[in-house]
Every structure is written in structure tokens, then in C-alpha cells.
Design a protein around this ligand. Structure first.
Ligand code: BEZ
Length: 221
């Protein structure tokens, strides 16, 4: 079954993009990366998503994340549609601030499990779903989401999960439900209480539970 799982090394594919031919690992360099697919160029939801991604380019840059999009249209179509996207983002005339991969032969879409069997083009061929991969500087897959073509993604949530991924890559913590940067985090279950006390000088508070088990330990980073 095609696809890629958490922890897998992301394929070092070669592809044509709006910025020329790339080899994916070279494109990423030592950065984090997001690769987000969309069903087709010149479609409404995709235009809103790519414009929002463009507007957030400084937020991704601040986090050291390289952005790249993908769909099954050609480089020429991507370049032409990119002008619409930037106009929709109220930046008409500015270049799209990230490349778009032209997967017109659907090679990557199949390899990475991105096709949506329920959405088809006029020739009956499946379109790409709204897939998003976050890749770490070690080139391994850290997160993937898969939405159908009919549901646009929330790019605030994507920034939030990147903040969580980058924090939890550095510290032995996890982020609880609806966490936002600056809020308390939880200590990972694999740490003993004494290790937690040493690692977290701001202190660790344990929530009392009916079971009496002391597994919900908060700290402030
Ligand atoms: C869209 O981007 O608006 C879209 C694309 C394919 C199916 C449904 C919506």
C-alpha cells in the first residue's frame, strides 16, 4: 500500500517545480519542511489555502520551515494560477513565495498516498487530496494530515502543530489538548518524577486523579 508512515525517511524524490527541477532533500537542506498537496489549479478552496500559506510565509520562515506545494497540474499552469493566488492574497504582482511541484504524471501522488478516489478530473482520473507532511531536519516524517478535497485546511493549526513538534523534539514534554505556545505542557510518561524535577526547574505539578495514578504532570517551559 503506497504511503509514508511517521518516522519513515521522506523519499528523496526528483521533481519539476515552478522554481525548476529539485531533489527534495537538497531542497530541504537542514531545515524543517512542509509539503502540502491540493487537488487542482484554478479551483476555489485551493486558491484560498495557497493564498493563506503565502501570507504566512514569514511565520514559517521564523520557525525554519521550508514550504512546497504539489498538485497534478503542469509547471505552466502552476505559474499562471500562482498569479491568481497572489492577487487573492492582496499581493497582486508578487511571486508565489514557495514552489509548486508539477506531478502531472501522478508519480509522487501515488507513491505518497495522496490521491482522493472520490474526486476526479474531467477524464475520470483521481485528483490529489489535501495532504500535508511535516518533515524534520533529519528528513523523517514528523506529522501527516489528510483532508478530502472538499475541506480546506486550517493553517493556524498547522503553525500550532509545528510549534508543538519543534518543542517536543527538544524537550521531554508533550503538548495537551488545544495547547498554544506559552501554555503549560505535560511531562512525558517515560520520565520518572525525580528526572522530571531535575529537568524542569520551573517545577512539576501533578493532577490528582480518581485512579490515584500520578500520570498527568504539568510543567511550564
Ligand atoms: C477546490 O479547491 O475548491 C476543490 C477542488 C476539488 C474538489 C472540490 C473543491
Amino acid at each position: 500500500m503506497p504511503g509514508i508512515l511517521l518516522g519513515d525517511e521522506f523519499p528523496n524524490f526528483e521533481a519539476d517545480t515552478t522554481s525548476g527541477r529539485i531533489k527534495f532533500h537538497d531542497f530541504l537542506g537542514d531545515s524543517w519542511g512542509i509539503l502540502f498537496s491540493h487537488p487542482a489549479d484554478f479551483t476555489p478552496v485551493c486558491t484560498t489555502e495557497l493564498a493563506r500559506a503565502a501570507k504566512l510565509r514569514d511565520e514559517f520562515k521564523k520557525r525554519g520551515v521550508k514550504m512546497i506545494a504539489l498538485s497534478i497540474d503542469s509547471v505552466e499552469d502552476h505559474k499562471s494560477w500562482g498569479k491568481d493566488v497572489m492577487a487573492y492574497a492582496d499581493e497582486a504582482g508578487s511571486p508565489l513565495p514557495y514552489p509548486i511541484i508539477a506531478d502531472d504524471k501522478r508519480v509522487l501522488s501515488v507513491q505518497l498516498g495522496m490521491l482522493d478516489p472520490d474526486e476526479r478530473d474531467k477524464d475520470g482520473q483521481p485528483l490529489t487530496a489535501r495532504c500535508l507532511f511535516v518533515i524534520g531536519p533529519d528528513k523523517k516524517l514528523k506529522l501527516s494530515i489528510l483532508y478530502p478535497a472538499t475541506t480546506g485546511r486550517n493553517f493556524d493549526e498547522i503553525l500550532r502543530v509545528i510549534d508543538s513538534l519543534q518543542l517536543t523534539a527538544q524537550k521531554k514534554v508533550a503538548t495537551p489538548v488545544d495547547w498554544k505556545p506559552g501554555e503549560k505542557v505535560v511531562v512525558v510518561p517515560s520520565l520518572s518524577d525525580s528526572e522530571a524535577t531535575t529537568l524542569f526547574p520551573n517545577g512539576v505539578t501533578t493532577k490528582e486523579m480518581p485512579s490515584g495514578k500520578k500520570y498527568l504532570r504539568y510543567t511550564q517551559i
